[in-house]
Structure formats: C-alpha cells, structure tokens
Design a protein around this ligand. Structure first.
Ligand SMILES: NC(=O)c1ccc[n+]([C@@H]2O[C@H](COP(=O)([O-])OP(=O)(O)OC[C@H]3O[C@@H](n4cnc5c(N)ncnc54)[C@H](OP(=O)(O)O)[C@@H]3O)[C@@H](O)[C@H]2O)c1
Length: 305
C-alpha cells in the first residue's frame, strides 16, 4: 500500500487510489478469457499480466522481441504466451496481428499498455516523432488489425496519462507530426497520450450499437522504467520520493485491469478513468471532429508505411 493511499477515499465504483490490480479482480474468475497486453516485460504491464494470469486468464503478452515476451510470459506457466510486437516497426506489428489471427485467439480484451516518455531529443520512426508513432500509431495498427478477433463483448483499454494535458493547444498538431517544426519532450509525450485518449473515445463511438467497449486510463504515477529518459538526477529523486508519494506498481496496474475485466467498468465505457473511476480529461479530448481527424490521419499514415 502506498503512503498517499491512506489519505484518499474510494470513488463511486468502490475502488480508489490505493486499490491494487488484485483488489479490482478480487472474486473474479477470468478462466476462459484471453487478454492481450502490450509491454508485458516491464512496470505496470508486467503486473497487469501477473494479476490477469493469477485470476485464470490466458495472457498474450507482447514485447519488442519474441525473446523478451517469452521470457516475461514464462513467469506465468500455462497462462501466458509471448508475441513480438515492436510498436515502432510496422512490419513487426503486422506480424503480431497475423500471428494472433493464425493462432486463432479470440480476444476478450486488448490492453494497449506499452509506451515511451519524454525522449530528450527528437527521434523519429518513418518520418514521425517517435512517441506519437510508438504510443499511438503502433497501437492504432495493432487494435484496428485485431478488431476481427475481438469478441462481441470485447474491451479495448488505452493507456493515456495525465500528461495528455501537456499536448499542444490544438490537441494534435497535425502540421508537425514529424517534430521537425519544433520539439518539446513533455509536449510530444502529451500529444501521444492525447492521441491515445482520442482514439479510445472514437473507438467507443464506433462501437455504438454493439456490446464492445473502449476506455482510456491514467494509471497514476509509478516509479518504473518509463522514467529512463528523465536523467540520473531526476531518477534519483524519484527513487527517494516513490515509497512516500507515488503509487506502487500494483496500484498502478489497477485501473487498466479494472477497465479490461471488472463488470463495474461497463457503465463507464468511453470515459477517461483514473483510480478505477471516471476522471475529467482536458476538454478537447471530447472533440469529436479532432478524434475523427486523428483516425483519418492515422489510417493515411498506416497506408503509407
Ligand atoms: N509510470 C507512470 O507513472 C505512468 C504515468 C502515466 C501513464 N503511464 C503509462 O503507462 C504505460 C506503462 O508504463 P510503465 O510505467 O509500466 O513503463 P515501463 O516500465 O517503461 O514499461 C513500458 C513498456 O512499454 C514497452 N515499449 C516501449 N517502447 C516500445 C516499442 N517501441 N515497442 C514495443 N514495446 C515498447 C517497454 O518495453 P522495453 O522494456 O523493451 O523498453 C515496456 O515493456 C505507458 O503507456 C505509460 O505512458 C505511466
């Protein structure tokens, strides 16, 4: 339990800041469920895989390489299978989609958990800023490629972040997706997380009339490998304050797991969630025109790479 959780009350779902992934799945049997989790080898994603497999689900865990994914999944024998999915490499994402289809997996949930944060200098993949490409385009390809495998009641969970509030004033700066016209690490991360949020909301609109649902979540602040780009000084500070002021990894994994499997999440579909409850997002995350434009632009990018 994190120190801060002692001062936080629970929300309307009965869960809150201090709820862990084990808490939000207490009493649930996930036997017979198949759940894909990207970024299975580290941090919050690794904990989500552990708890989902503990409750009986079959986890399809993805990592940048087959070796990494298989090593991570080997910790949950009989309950997890590793797949390679390098999100910055469209060929790898397409191979992942093909393999999952070929292996005949029907997916009860897809948790788009993998991500990178605040690269100090501009890096690009296929001409696009790397955080936008990895966090959004890679997952856009994966999810749209796997919609045919998603069950009728399947859920899609996008890891967004409170960092989405740092995205550019126009939400997504379509004129600077390369980053060539100016690059700020936090704003670029924010834009990628705004894209995750807009994608979840647009997906939910496209699921209208079906029992499929989509969610965007902020996991809370957790000291994981995500901070690797913050520099040694800031990382040392994080390590000191983490036990007092940050969430534990179990608390961090709770909201994505809640959205993916807890029955109480169903009435919250299409919302931005934090601490396993609804949280207000930046207002433009609800801009339908912006979300539709991002979808169209993402399709064009995917076709061109
Ligand atoms: N930790 C926080 O405080 C926090 C706050 C808000 C939001 N989030 C979000 O939560 C999610 C999980 O973060 P975390 O804290 O658990 O970070 P983490 O420990 O760094 O895990 C990130 C995962 O994403 C994978 N990944 C990164 N780039 C990839 C790529 N190009 N292709 C495939 N996989 C890739 C990493 O693989 P490698 O290990 O091989 O790099 C790792 O498995 C992220 O989406 C993050 O934005 C975290």
């Amino acid at each position: 339990m994190s120190f801060f959780s002692m001062f936080r009350s629970k929300g309307p779902t009965g869960y809150g800041y201090g709820s862990t992934a084990e808490d939000v799945t207490e009493g649930l049997s996930l036997a017979g469920k198949t759940i894909l989790v990207t970024g299975c080898n580290s941090g919050i994603g690794q904990e989500a895989c552990r708890v989902l497999s503990l409750r009986g689900a079959l986890v399809l865990g993805t990592a940048r390489t087959k070796e990494k994914a298989s090593a991570a999944c080997a910790k949950f024998p009989g309950h997890a299978i590793g797949y390679a999915c390098e999100l910055a490499d469209p060929a790898s994402v397409r191979d992942c989609v093909s393999s999952i289809i070929a292996d005949g997996h029907e997916l009860d949930a897809i948790i788009c958990n993998a991500g990178i944060m605040m690269l100090p200098k501009l890096e690009k993949a296929h001409g696009y800023e790397l955080q936008f490409f990895t966090n959004h385009i890679g997952h856009f390809m994966l999810v749209t490629g796997l919609l045919g495998q998603l069950t009728d009641k399947g859920r899609v969970v996008m890891l967004s972040s409170e960092g989405h509030r740092s995205s550019p004033a126009q939400g997504i700066d379509f004129d600077n997706l390369s980053g060539d016209k100016g690059y700020q690490p936090l704003m670029a991360y924010g834009q990628s997380k705004m894209a995750n949020l807009l994608f979840a909301k647009e997906l939910q609109r496209r699921f209208t009339g079906t029992d499929r649902t989509a969610y965007a979540v902020h996991p809370g602040v957790v000291d994981t490998n995500l901070s690797r780009n913050l520099g040694p000084a800031l990382r040392r500070v994080l390590a000191v304050v983490a036990p007092l002021f940050l969430k534990t990894v179990g608390e961090g994994a709770a909201t994505e797991v809640f959205a993916a499997v807890n029955p109480k999440a169903l009435s919250l579909a299409g919302h931005y969630l934090a601490d396993s409850n609804v949280k207000n997002s930046r207002a433009d995350a609800d801009n339908k025109t912006l979300a539709a434009k991002l979808w169209e632009e993402s399709e064009l990018i995917v076709k061109s790479i």
